[in-house]
Design a protein around this ligand. Structure first.
Ligand SMILES: *[C@@H]1O[C@H](CO)[C@@H](O)[C@H](O)[C@H]1NC(C)=O
Ligand SMILES: *[C@@H]1O[C@H](CO)[C@@H](O)[C@H](O)[C@H]1NC(C)=O
Ligand SMILES: *[C@@H]1O[C@H](CO)[C@@H](O)[C@H](O)[C@H]1NC(C)=O
Ligand SMILES: *[C@@H]1O[C@H](CO)[C@@H](O)[C@H](O)[C@H]1NC(C)=O
Ligand SMILES: *[C@@H]1O[C@H](CO)[C@@H](O)[C@H](O)[C@H]1NC(C)=O
Ligand SMILES: *[C@@H]1O[C@H](CO)[C@@H](O)[C@H](O)[C@H]1NC(C)=O
Ligand SMILES: *[C@@H]1O[C@H](CO)[C@@H](O)[C@H](O)[C@H]1NC(C)=O
Length: 472
């Protein structure tokens, strides 16, 4: 063992011991500022009052639609709750209204119909110009909303099951007519809470807030088989003031993926994703990343803080994806307290991701990637520490790595970097040459956003790791 390998090994032991202490001590108040504190509604109805039958066979689309329609009259009287009792409630797509709480019993399962006619086709998003998978419209999500404010979707861990396998099959056998639907999509909405629920088998991305502000996603479980295509967990898209915490996500693609529109459509729509906080996410993904930014990022992504990611048996830990033609930016991003085991690529930046909506994109529209800080990372059984590839002639700068300790199994070139620049400090194995500048932490280059500062990151308490290094 060379000196630097030995040093990495010692640091890892210290870090892993420190890490488990951190996990045990992590119980733990909410760090999301409540969008609205405990909303209680003066009126409540149960979906059975509108003829719904929870036998798993009867189609209840009309019952849900009628219940929501009826509750409109309470919107200006403090709002109302629609309660879904224990049972299996088969339904097609239905819409929500403002000042509504959709509340599921712990044994309630809302089950998405496998008939695609029950998921009407709607216009593409203006920031995408077309459906994400196919030109033209897209199927409407199972639960959707447009122009809403003050919406809560919650339950004592009740379930929303999209029965996605027919959609995955149609994707795999190329018989989809339009882009697949989400389980929940809210557009142009504010003051949204999604909490205390389990989401299963989404046809496509599970939770998709788009053009939204003030969104809280808390304490949800999202499950889909490891080989289900594009079943991303939570995808805030052109949305701001979003807080996501305490989620367990085990799906076929990115656990959390932040986006903001696609190529020329995203550039002209120009609605960024910003001020997004993510805390305490646990999960696995065989073909995606724990947290991904992009690849659709043409409206810009900034002021993102993600702390406390526990990832196992996954392809990528942290991933940034972009491409010439996207334009936009990804800047002022802060990741910390990341624990990974059995992960192939701990950190990956892909500058040439490709995938364009049509031939009209402008290849000269280059994305700006700046101030990406990744610190306090411990990884065991990692195949590749970092594959960091920018775009020739573009600027991917101020990439800062600090206190990143990875037990890398493929020994030769654990870091591969091209067309990026930045800094590193206490990185094992030693980072690639373009990142070897001494990290100017607490300077403006390594990002510590005002208002997005880490609050109780134990691993970067002064002393612990630097002392170990000094004593070796
Ligand atoms: C949402 O609001 C916009 C602007 O106020 C309006 O043009 C649009 O028709 C509304 N959409 C729905 C579905 O209410
Ligand atoms: C998370 O949800 C479960 C089940 O709904 C509940 O028992 C638990 O108290 C919730 N935890 C938090 C922090 O809200
Ligand atoms: C909620 O239910 C899911 C699936 O049934 C389960 O895996 C999870 O542990 C439950 N979550 C809580 C907080 O009880
Ligand atoms: C594709 O998958 C769908 C859903 O399972 C199935 O109904 C259809 O028959 C399949 N088509 C072909 C051509 O395999
Ligand atoms: C989630 O459930 C817990 C425990 O029942 C409750 O205290 C909390 O308020 C719920 N969260 C939301 C946002 O409804
Ligand atoms: C960021 O969003 C949170 C809600 O998640 C909000 O409470 C906070 O005020 C926002 N911060 C800024 C600087 O706007
Ligand atoms: C190491 O991680 C890889 C996945 O990256 C996995 O296939 C392998 O089984 C893991 N090895 C051990 C010893 O856990």
């Amino acid at each position: 063992m060379g000196r630097s390998t030995a040093l990495c090994a010692v640091l890892l032991i210290v870090a892993v011991v420190g890490g488990s202490a951190w996990t045990a001590g992590a119980a733990r108040g909410s760090r999301c500022k409540a969008v609205r504190t405990a909303v209680s509604r003066p009126h409540s109805v149960t979906v059975t009052e509108f003829g719904a039958v929870g036998d798993g066979v009867t189609l209840n689309t009309l019952a849900f639609q009628n219940a929501v329609f009826y509750l409109q009259s309470f919107a200006n009287k403090g709002g109302a709750q629609l309660f879904v009792p224990a049972g299996r409630w088969l339904t097609g797509s239905f819409g929500l209204i403002s000042h509504l709480t959709l509340s599921l019993d712990k044994d309630a399962v809302i089950v998405g119909s496998t008939e695609s006619l029950e998921w009407p086709v709607i216009d593409p998003l203006p920031s995408y110009g077309r459906g994400r998978e196919l030109p033209g419209g897209r199927h409407q999500s199972l639960i959707h909303g447009h122009n809403l404010t003050d919406v809560v979707i919650t339950g004592g861990n009740g379930t929303i099951d999209g029965q996605g396998s027919v959609w995955w099959d149609r994707f795999n056998n190329h018989t989809l007519d339009y882009t697949r639907p989400h389980l929940i999509e809210l557009m142009y909405s504010t003051e949204v809470i999604i909490s205390n629920l389990t989401f299963k088998n989404s046809p496509f991305w599970a939770i998709h807030p788009v053009y939204c502000s003030q969104v809280l996603v808390q304490n949800v479980t999202i499950l889909a088989p490891p080989d289900s295509p594009n079943t991303d967990g939570i995808s805030p898209d052109s949305s701001d003031n979003v807080c996501i915490e305490d989620c367990y996500i085990n799906t076929g693609d990115d656990l959390i993926s932040i986006k903001s529109g696609w190529d020329e459509y995203g550039i002209s729509f120009a609605r960024p994703s910003f001020n997004i906080s993510i805390h305490r996410i646990t999960g696995s993904t065989k073909s995606g990343a724990g947290i991904a930014l992009g690849s659709e990022m043409s409206g810009g992504i900034s002021e993102i803080k993600a702390e406390g990611l526990h990832l196992s048996n996954s392809l990528h830990g942290i991933r940034l994806k972009t491409s010439p033609g996207r334009g936009g930016y990804i800047k002022n991003i802060y990741f910390s307290d990341i624990f990974m085991t059995n992960v192939e690529f701990a950190i990956r930046i892909t500058g040439e991701y490709g995938e364009h909506p049509d031939e009209s994109y402008n290849p000269a529209a280059l994305p700006l990637i700046n101030k990406i800080t990744i610190r306090d990372v411990v990884g065991s059984n990692i195949s590749v520490a970092g594959l960091l590839e920018g775009i020739q002639g573009d600027s991917f700068s101020d990439i800062c790595l600090s206190n990143v300790l990875l037990d890398v199994t493929l020994d030769r070139s654990p870091w591969k970097c091209s067309d990026i620049k930045g800094y590193s400090n206490l990185v094992c194995p030693e980072s690639c040459e373009p990142l070897r500048g001494e990290a100017p932490f607490h300077s403006a280059a390594c990002y510590l956003a005002e208002g997005l500062r880490p609050q109780d990151s134990h691993m970067n308490q002064p002393g612990i790791l630097p002392v170990m290094v000094a004593s070796l």
